[in-house]
Write a protein that binds this ligand. Structure first.
Ligand SMILES: N[C@@H](CCC(=O)N[C@@H](CS)C(=O)NCC(=O)O)C(=O)O
Length: 172
């Protein structure tokens, strides 16, 4: 295991700004307390080296010494294996982390991605496709998910670790 470097884009268009998938990895890195640094690659000019790390020309990827990992889920699992704060060693704790990691990537992200693509494309309002996805998300998926998450998060802090300078990484 070596130095951790997270690579993301130097710039993204306004619409997806704040939603780029390095966000979850940054959050996990902060929670883990592991030292890391962030590098960026050009959004507008993706060179062959970029595709060596991320075969679809996307971000993020993480290097851990000479290991390079793409796919944010795989990166999170890798970090979980390095940090008990992210993934406890006991089988029950590990199972809980794994099921919620897959839930985030499948039940949440797979369900919300088509909806967000419609919004990023400006297809909203009365457009039938938007109505369908919006109703699926709000009336079905989120209706069940929100009470479950609220129950699980009751009394827990979202971010536990503080920056070395005593500043919170994010509200908690
Ligand atoms: N499943 C991948 C998705 C990666 C992904 O979609 N990255 C976006 C940013 S959030 C990207 O690089 N988009 C630019 C592009 O596709 O050209 C992961 O979770 O890492």
């Amino acid at each position: 295991m070596g130095d951790l470097t997270l690579t993301t884009f130097d710039w993204v268009p306004e619409m997806p700004r704040g939603y780029v998938r390095d966000l979850g990895v940054r959050w996990a890195l902060e929670e883990s307390g592991l030292p890391y640094h962030v590098e960026s690659v050009l959004f507008r000019d993706r060179n062959p080296e970029h595709f060596v790390h991320q075969p679809f020309g996307q971000v993020p990827w993480l290097t851990d010494g000479d290991i390079s990992i793409f796919e944010s889920g795989a990166i999170l699992l890798h970090l979980g294996n390095r940090s008990d704060a992210l993934m406890p060693a006991d089988p029950r704790g590990r199972a809980e982390v794994l099921e919620w990691l897959f839930a985030a990537l499948n039940s949440v992200e797979a369900a919300s991605l088509p909806w967000s693509i419609l919004i990023f494309s400006g297809i909203t309002g009365d457009a039938p496709a938007y109505g369908l996805m919006d109703s699926f998300l709000k009336d079905h998926r989120l209706k069940h998910m929100e009470p479950v998450l609220a129950g699980r998060m009751a009394g827990r802090h979202l971010l536990r670790r503080r920056h070395p300078h005593g500043r919170c990484a994010a509200p908690h």
